[in-house]
Ligand binder design. Structure first.
Ligand SMILES: [Zn+2]
Length: 146
């Protein structure tokens, strides 16, 4: 039985659960809400490291409120989260509110998308992209061997 560690969408606590239980019914051991909300969560200084330390790939959308392409991309990100959680997890990082994290990852243009697993960057790209390409990129990256 392989165990998987990932965050709770509600209280951000890291949960360990058997890989075959990582479905939409999974509940958080701490707050007892559904582990997967099928919706992006907001990354902050206080939770970001816990979020990306996930065995399930986590895609982070580095964005800002003044960035037109970011705002256009936001609904795509939301829709794909609804489709692909819990296979992939979704985090939004406001680069103005959380400048220290943006600077840690040397974010120069936004939107920038980064996929993490176990705290490590698996892949990254800059610029908005259409829904079909975004989904394809996520699935091909997530399928790569560990
Ligand atoms: Zn919880």
């Amino acid at each position: 039985m392989s165990l998987v560690t990932t965050y709770c969408s509600h209280c951000f606590t890291r949960n360990r659960l058997p890989a075959e239980k990582t479905d939409s019914n999974a509940k958080c051991g701490r707050c007892h809400q559904l582990l997967f909300s099928h919706s992006p969560v907001a990354g902050r200084q206080t939770n970001f490291d816990a979020l990306i330390q996930s065995d399930i790939p986590v895609v982070v959308d580095f964005w800002a409120s003044w960035c037109g392409p970011c705002l256009q991309f936001a609904p795509v990100f939301q829709e794909i989260a609804l489709e692909l959680e819990p296979r992939i997890r979704f985090v939004k990082l406001d680069t103005e509110q959380e400048a220290a994290i943006a600077s840690r990852y040397a974010i120069r243009s936004i939107p920038t998308l980064m996929i993490f697993r176990g705290g490590q960057i698996l892949a990254q790209r800059s610029g908005s992209l259409p829904k079909s390409l975004f989904k394809e990129w996520l699935l091909s990256t997530a399928a790569a061997p560990k």
